[in-house]
Design a protein around this ligand. Structure first.
Ligand SMILES: Cc1cc2nc3c(=O)[nH]c(=O)nc-3n(C[C@H](O)[C@H](O)[C@H](O)COP(=O)(O)O)c2cc1C
Ligand code: SF4
Length: 654
């Protein structure tokens, strides 16, 4: 396969055509490399990737910070940690690159909680022009003077020197995603009239000055890989101008181009694709942008963004649309993507489902990244991929075939236990199956299929249509029982007597809405409420959503929340916040909004106010002296990421 052919970048031989895309992990501490970070990257290198790009190293800390806790490359004290990191990556046979970056105006994020510019330590952010980044919460930056631009050019040069001293094979230059260098390149953000703004030549000047400065610092033969946007907002560079930029970069010695997209979670309304394409967007949705750049240059061009499947990645290369493929989230989901692909074990690749829940979502909250489908992400040292064999083989009975129960079964089987799984329904999946029903959610069923297949491969004995009670479990006589039987809907007091108006989410998403009337009221505007609304709107219903908080979808990352809210608005949903439902009448819901009572007529009402744990079976079994573990929704409803993690942990300790 072409994916596994070697390729040369600026005189450096890379063993295959797969690049790990740069991803801020929040595993660094005060900008410095940590052991956790080293293990995270080393595991991906061990997994077979040809070139590992280490996340944004900020050249001017804290003024250039892109998030709350990025990696720094601004001081010589960074060198020892970076050296250990590059060595760990290279030890596994991969080449290592560090991406150098400055966030410019995107560092100017005012925390709504503290009303403080947390990223820059209270300093005004800098940019080519005094224009705030249009995402909510960004302040107007201070335009850079020519002397300050010169200082920034020097900072990039010094950071490049540190990169080389730390043993990295290549230097990555972040000109994409509308960070500082992207801002200078684009007339969308650069309104200067001096030598650094105006025509394209002038907008390119800072990047070319930096390339020259890097060459002066580390020598002309050291490969520089530029990441650039392949698409800009309407007032930005056109596709033709972007091709021109690529050509100029090549003529100034850039060794490869990595074509990404995105402006910082904005402009969805205009159908722009975000840097991290979400569920429902097609596979390889920006490969055409890499293709556009490839037409202009002869250096290697790297394509990225939602390239998840081996055959798709191979096809992009075979069709000559790009020279290399970068994987970001797919390598968070499965660090061994490359090895498994090469060995033909495609069905063993843990599929990234593009949910952005644990990765982008945690970066937004300032937390270290986690992953919905990979319970080990960020714990590569402590939690082994293949858990060590158990000292004593046990007979384990897992009750419930949702994500938690399946994950526990797989891990327990891998450790040598004999595992039987009972599922009371005719098919597996539990809440995961239901969660995959709304529009834009189909990727979730790939995770479901993966878990099922893995359980079969590991020899888990799956019994469907088998409800559990104490007698049946005692008859089976297992050594340990894992209860993963899920939760039950929480019915608030006002809804107990519902006159048949009330439906559960499960009833609705199992095609239960077809026979109902046209108008629906959804109580609860969290993730489940919004997605159920989307499902109903697609089926021609009119929908009103009632939410107690002052925003809808509060627990969702902006990258998925904003497009969903825009879509619901476009399809005519009525969203009412700060509202309490107080009564169900035979054909309406009585609500209270800001002290005022209102009646919202409804043919049916869907309750999306959350579930409650269902611990009775577990308590009963424990009463009979059977060792029991309770996991998933059954223990704490609502968090699939936690459920998968609990399944993994239980499988690991039994
Ligand atoms: C958690 C996370 C952090 C990211 N941080 C960076 C970054 O530091 N620099 C960068 O250029 N891109 C960053 N990206 C974008 C990725 O490099 C990549 O372009 C994007 O995730 C799409 O590729 P994928 O679908 O293979 O994940 C980040 C993405 C994620 C998910
Ligand atoms: S959290 Fe979701 S999008 Fe992020 S890597 Fe995991 S599966 Fe992919």
């Amino acid at each position: 396969m072409k994916l596994f052919e070697s390729i040369e970048i600026g005189g450096i031989q890379v063993k295959n055509r797969i690049v790990m895309a740069p991803m801020t992990s929040h595993y660094s501490r005060n900008g410095l490399v940590t052991e956790r970070m080293i293990h995270f990257y080393q595991e991906r290198a061990r997994g077979g990737v040809g070139l590992v790009t280490v996340e944004d190293g900020i050249v001017d800390y804290p003024l250039g910070k892109n998030t709350d806790n990025p990696l720094a490359a601004d001081h010589d004290r960074c060198i020892p940690g970076l050296t250990r990191l590059s060595q760990a990556i290279k030890k596994e046979g991969a080449k290592a690159m560090l991406q150098l970056s400055h966030a410019g105006r995107r560092a100017g994020y005012l925390s709504s909680r503290t009303m403080h510019l947390t990223r820059t330590g209270g300093r005004l952010p800098v940019a080519p022009s005094p224009l705030a980044h249009p995402s909510p919460g960004h302040v107007v930056p201070r335009p850079l003077s020519v002397n300050e631009i010169d200082d920034i050019v020097k900072s990039f040069g010094q950071a490049a020197r540190r990169t080389v001293e730390a043993g990295f094979d290549m230097i990555g230059l972040h000109c994409a995603h509308m960070y500082l260098l992207g801002q200078f390149l684009s007339p969308w953000a650069n309104k200067r009239k001096d030598a650094y703004g105006g025509d394209l030549e002038s907008r390119l000047k800072i990047v070319l000055d930096i390339i020259k400065r890097i060459n002066d610092e580390v020598g002309p033969d050291y490969p520089i890989v530029c990441r650039m946007n392949g698409q800009e907002p309407e007032e930005g560079n056109t596709a033709e101008e972007l091709r021109y930029i690529a050509k100029v970069l090549e003529s100034h010695g850039v060794a490869a181009l990595h074509v990404s997209v995105g402006f910082g979670n904005i402009l969805w309304g205009k159908n722009f694709i975000p840097a991290e394409a979400t569920m429902g967007m097609p596979e390889g949705c920006i490969v055409h942008l890499a293709e556009n750049i490839k037409q202009a240059v002869s250096i290697p061009v790297i394509a990225v963004n939602k390239i998840r499947h081996v055959d798709f990645a191979e096809r992009v290369l075979q069709e000559n649309r790009a020279d290399m493929i970068a994987l970001g989230r797919p390598l968070l989901a499965d660090p061994y993507w490359v090895k498994k692909a090469q060995q033909g074990r495609w069905d063993e690749i843990r599929p990234c489902v593009s949910c952005c829940q644990g990765c982008v979502g945690n970066i937004e909250k300032g937390r270290p990244i986690t992953c919905l489908v990979n319970p080990i992400l960020g714990r590569e040292k402590t939690d082994r991929i293949r858990p060590v064999k158990a000292k004593q083989t046990k007979r384990i009975l897992v009750l419930g075939g949702g994500p938690a129960g399946l994950e526990a079964s797989i891990v327990a089987s891998q450790r040598g236990h004999r595992v039987m799984l009972w599922e009371k329904k005719m098919d597996l999946g539990g809440r995961l199956k239901i969660a995959a029903k709304p529009p834009w959610k189909t990727e979730l069923s790939e995770f479901m299929a993966f878990l099922h297949q893995q359980a079969v491969n590991e020899g888990v004995q799956i019994v469907l249509n088998r409800a559990a009670d104490v007698d049946a479990v005692q008859l089976e006589n297992p050594d340990v029982v894992v209860v993963a039987t899920g939760s039950r809907p929480h019915i608030p007091e006002f809804a107990v007597k519902s006159n048949g108006l009330l439906k559960t989410v499960e009833e609705i998403l199992n095609d239960g809405a077809a026979a109902l009337g046209d108008s629906a009221v959804i109580i609860g505007g969290g993730l489940v409420g919004l997605e159920t609304a989307h499902y109903l709107l697609e089926r021609g219903k009119t929908v009103t959503i009632i939410e107690m908080q002052d925003t809808m979808g509060q627990e969702m990352p902006a990258i998925t929340r904003i497009p969903l809210l825009l879509q619901l608005g476009e399809k005519g949903a009525q969203l009412i916040v700060q509202a309490y439902a107080s009564e169900l009448t035979p054909n309406a819901v009585k609500i209270e909004v800001k002290g005022e009572e209102k009646l919202i007529s409804a043919d049916f009402v869907v309750l999306c106010t959350g579930d409650e744990a269902d611990p009775e079976l577990a308590a009963e079994l424990s009463g009979y002296g059977i060792p029991v573990h309770v996991i998933g929704d059954c223990r704490q409803p609502g968090d699939m990421l936690a459920a998968v993690r609990q399944g993994f942990m239980v499988g690991r300790v039994m």
